[in-house]
Design a protein around this ligand. Structure first.
Ligand SMILES: *Cc1c(COP(=O)(O)O)cnc(C)c1O
Length: 380
């Protein structure tokens, strides 16, 4: 096993105490006080009402799409560079994800790349805040307003990130969060969905719980069992009480990585996360792009793999590659009418580094040092 994992949950608050209380109370399924308290603390943190806890972030995205009444024959613009769940949520509704290229500096979609992907079937945009940097929401919201489309924010990687002090998740018509074990706040498996429109929100609430109306066992729509357990919510409450600490830790870690990699960046060996003015990156995973990788995507992919293998074998450092671009996956290949060169380029060159609460400063320097040593040997 690696000495340094890319990510690990740190349960340093009252998680165990709350889980014990949940078990002792006998409420271990999806009723119980911790669900309500967890929903309340996340909603309060974001400053938006009505967060609905669900069993994972993918279910949150699916519910958000259903809250927008997404239907077959409709299209949703999704970034080409994201985790597969963003696209799958659209597909679950029978609709079609259409992939937009990303900006080579921010790694996110922008109003420009969205416009390039727009068709007369486009009804909405799935904005993803990749690796913790917010997508440019003001311009995306403006574009969608002008065109009568909705916006869902996939905030799975951006808990606590903001633009001009406004948190991600508060810009769109709906927002989803993930509390998977490697996310900033974790419940083991879990998620939360926010829907701005009150009527759509109660529809989503009903779909979360098997589509049951006011009368017991009377179901007037095909619903889902997407509920979170009280035990998971108990972990989440303990995590949320320490949200500020977990977020501050990521800022600290990113600052040290930047310092350690500044010279490599100025030599154009790597590029580090962009810092658009007013954007607060929450640095879910501190990431970089190997600018010194070979030109062709296949060669760059092999170069990065070799680097990752050497980091693991020679230094016990686990790293992760950027996501595979969506239009390269078998089920989405062939959907794409135009090329997506930037997403492809980033996908073959991007790397996530260990990022978790408690990662020591000297360890960050050691990781950055090992990266530069192996990189220089490879290009040497
Ligand atoms: C983690 C993640 C999800 C899905 O969350 P799960 O809780 O694993 O279902 C969705 N979108 C993005 C961008 C993610 O990183």
């Amino acid at each position: 096993m690696s000495s340094f994992q890319v990510s690990k949950p740190v349960l340093a608050g009252k998680e165990l105490e709350y889980v014990t209380q949940a078990i002792e109370s006998g409420w271990i399924s999806s009723n119980g006080e911790f669900i309500r308290r967890f929903e309340a603390i996340v909603s309060e943190y974001l400053g938006i009402d009505g967060g609905m806890a669900v069993c994972n972030g993918t279910a949150a995205l699916h519910l958000a799409c259903m809250g927008m009444n997404l239907e077959p024959c409709q299209e949703v613009i999704v970034p080409a560079l994201t985790y597969v769940a963003s696209a799958n949520a659209v597909t679950y509704c029978g609709a079609t994800p259409v992939f937009a290229d990303v900006d080579s500096r921010t790694w996110n979609i922008s109003a420009r790349t969205i416009e390039d992907a727009w068709t007369d079937k486009t009804v909405g945009v799935m904005a993803v805040h990749l690796y913790g940097l917010p997508a440019p929401m003001p311009e995306i919201v403006d574009l969608c307003r002008d065109r009568g489309a909705w916006v869902i924010e996939d905030c799975a990687e951006s808990f606590g990130a903001a633009i001009d002090g406004r948190l991600t998740g508060t810009f769109g018509h709906a927002a989803s969060f993930s509390f998977y074990g490697n996310k900033i706040i974790s419940t083991g498996e879990g998620g939360m969905v926010f829907v701005r429109d009150a009527e759509a929100r109660s529809h989503v609430l009903k779909l979360r719980g098997q589509g049951m109306a006011d009368r017991r066992y009377w179901h007037d729509v095909v619903g889902y069992n997407y509920r979170m357990t009280n035990v998971a919510a108990a972990i989440g409450l303990g995590q949320m009480e320490q949200a500020a600490m977990h977020l501050a830790e990521r800022q600290r870690i990113a600052t040290v990585y930047r310092e350690a990699l500044r010279e490599a960046e100025s030599q154009q060996l790597v590029s580090l996360p962009a810092t658009p003015r007013g954007f607060d990156n929450c640095h879910w995973l501190f990431s970089l792009v190997l600018e010194c990788a070979p030109d062709s995507s296949d060669d760059a992919y092999a170069f990065r793999q070799e680097l990752m293998d050497r980091l693991e074998c020679n230094h016990g450092i686990e790293t992760r590659p950027f996501f595979v671009a969506m239009h390269k996956l078998p089920m989405y290949a062939g959907l794409q009418p135009h090329p997506l060169p930037k997403a492809e380029k980033l996908s073959s060159r991007g790397l996530n580094l260990p990022t978790y609460t408690g990662l020591a400063e000297e360890d960050i320097h050691a990781i950055a040092g090992a990266l530069l040593t192996e990189l220089n040997k490879l290009i040497g």
